[in-house]
Write a protein that binds this ligand. Structure first.
Ligand code: ADE
Length: 265
């Protein structure tokens, strides 16, 4: 996956891009992150990338010309045929809320451009005539799209083969599997008098799988019952949820959700 980021603050990406799993994925050539300074596509002595709003109002607006030019240059290595498959993502609080479904959709592409908005916003012609996706990372306002772009890069990179563990692990994660993850424990078996559940130390793998599934269901019901509407649930799942007092409208499936997914790149 090749990420092309367009920003007024290239230095904001230095830390995240150099460190952690993303940094290692770049070093290993699994992903690339190209940062382009929108200001280098301005043509006046001050590098003016924003201007006053037509119609009046508080706050400056990012001008369209440098953004169109920067995207065009960033995507110039791709031929006419592959260009339509490259999402041009505008990060803004007005966009479609990012969730694992959207992450999976975007992860199918070979590359993407990420436009980081700033100030009051970007000229609407960028949204209407350049961006293919308008994406928000949540219902709150950030000072700019940089952190949002990093979130998108991080979430998508996890689906690039070999960036994290095995494809199965990624697909079994919270949310991707349709349910929240079961509790996790590591050594010591007892810490400050708090013991790890016996079942996890029993060695009975069938029983452990059942316990984990039930804990996932219990936790999802308690914290995110909305997820149960679209999760693939077996008869056994529904019976357990009924024991917990949940009345389900969901369709049942005999296929375990974690085995029901193909791997994504
Ligand atoms: N820019 C400012 N706030 C944002 C948000 N919530 N998501 C994406 N981009 C943003």
């Amino acid at each position: 996956m090749r990420f092309h980021v367009l920003t007024l603050f290239p230095e904001a990406f230095e830390g995240p891009v150099r460190h952690s799993m993303i940094g290692r994925a770049i070093q290993r050539g699994l992903i690339s992150v190209q940062i382009t300074d929108i200001r280098s596509y301005t043509h006046d002595a001050h590098g003016t990338a924003d201007d006053y709003q037509f119609g009046g109002g508080h706050g400056m607006v990012l001008k369209p010309e440098p953004i169109f030019a920067a995207v065009s240059d960033s995507l110039s290595p791709y031929d006419e045929e592959s260009r339509p498959s490259i999402p041009i993502v505008l990060l803004s609080p007005q966009g479609r809320r990012l969730d694992q479904q959207l992450v999976l959709e975007l992860a199918e592409a070979p590359a993407m451009a990420l436009i980081c908005g700033h100030y009051a916003g970007v000229d609407e012609r960028v949204r209407d005539h350049l961006a293919t996706h308008d994406v928000s990372i949540g219902d709150y306002i950030l000072t700019g799209g940089e952190l949002a772009a990093m979130v998108v890069i991080d979430a998508i990179s996890r689906f690039v083969p070999n960036v994290v563990g095995s494809a199965e692990n990624v697909l079994e994660d919270s949310i991707t599997s349709g349910l929240l993850q079961h509790p996790l424990y590591t050594r010591p078996a007892e810490f400050r008098g708090l013991a790890v559940p016996d079942i996890l130390r029993s060695g009975h793998h069938g029983e452990i799988d059942r316990w984990r599934r039930q804990e996932s269901l219990r936790r999802t019901l308690a914290r995110r019952p909305d997820l149960l509407d679209s999760a693939h649930l077996t008869e056994a799942d529904l019976a357990y949820l009924a024991e917990l007092g949940h009345k389900s409208t969901a369709e049942t499936s005999d296929i375990h959700p974690n085995l029901d997914e193909s791997s994504h790149s």
